[in-house]
Design a protein around this ligand. Structure first.
Ligand code: ADE
Length: 281
């Protein structure tokens, strides 16, 4: 009897030890995934390396995850949880990068940062454009009479085409941040036109101004806007002018691209500081 009690006690002790060994890792993993889920990241997205390198240098990166050849740098910047990623150039890469991000990480908002070609005569290289809405200028039908913008969807929005509105609050923060970085006289707010072309044509620039009242042209913004709208995420698009999208665009882009990209990054830092102030107020 004594022997039976002894072995029963031993079995119980082993059962307890096994239970504890099983439960500890379970509890730890629940804690860490819970922490991950409650973190809502501000995503900072660009097309090219020079548009995020200043931010990556300032950020405290905890880990890097690669999804479909795109690297997502996860960490903190200005005390805010951030994901910094370079999507690549053009609408397809930008849309793919942002949708993969939404499907894999808890993202609360998106700030797209980078450079663009200026459209209007009163703008200068290194001025800053803050988008209030975006449009795909190359979406439409090629007819015998030429290109007809978005003619397949005549009921949708302005001019038979679609414009994608940016988040008002994030855009207001971006405007204020841009004024602080480059000065009020160098900040413009309005429509940004997106297409899968580097625009280096004075006549096409005139068309972007007349047909879409665009302030700047670039190659990703509207596609990011569409995905953000699908996933109901607020977004802002900030662009520094590296060129005037005319015959001298390539040379100007070569000379001013890096400086323009860095200006936009500095504005992102100010936006994050403002978001941090809001969060801690
Ligand atoms: N990004 C910078 N300059 C540009 C231009 N001229 N056209 C399209 N994207 C640009």
């Amino acid at each position: 009897m004594k022997n039976f009690e002894k072995s029963n006690h031993k079995v119980k002790r082993i059962a307890w030890v096994l239970l504890v060994l099983f439960l500890i890792p379970l509890a730890l993993s629940a804690c860490s995934s819970g922490k991950e889920e409650t973190k809502a990241y501000t995503a900072i997205v660009s097309a090219m390396d020079n548009e995020v390198e200043l931010l990556l240098g300032e950020a405290k990166i905890e880990r890097v995850e690669t999804i479909a050849d795109t690297k997502y740098h996860i960490g903190t910047l200005c005390e805010q949880p951030v994901i910094i990623t370079k999507a690549g150039i053009g609408k397809v890469r930008a849309a793919s990068c942002v949708s993969a991000m939404f499907n894999n990480f808890p993202v609360s908002r998106v700030v797209f940062t980078g450079i663009a070609g200026g459209v209007r005569d009163d703008e200068q290289v290194l001025d800053q454009v803050i988008a209030t809405k975006l449009v795909q200028h190359d979406y439409g039908t090629l007819t015998n009479e030429g290109f007809v913008w978005n003619s397949g969807d005549p009921g949708a929005g302005y001019n038979g085409g679609e414009y994608y509105e940016c988040d008002e609050h994030l855009t207001a923060l971006a405007y204020q941040a841009a004024v602080e970085v480059v000065g009020k006289d160098h900040v413009f707010q309005g429509t940004v036109a997106t297409g899968d072309q580097f625009v280096a044509s004075a006549s096409y620039v005139k068309k972007l101004d007349e047909d879409y009242q665009a302030l700047a042209c670039e190659m990703e913004g509207a596609s990011v806007a569409i995905v953000c709208r699908q996933y109901e995420k607020p977004f802002a698009v900030i662009r520094a002018l590296s060129d005037k999208a005319d015959g001298k665009a390539h040379k100007s882009y070569g000379n001013f691209g890096d400086t323009a990209a860095q200006n936009s990054s500095r504005i992102v830092l100010k936006i994050l500081e403002a978001l941090n102030n809001e969060a801690t107020a």
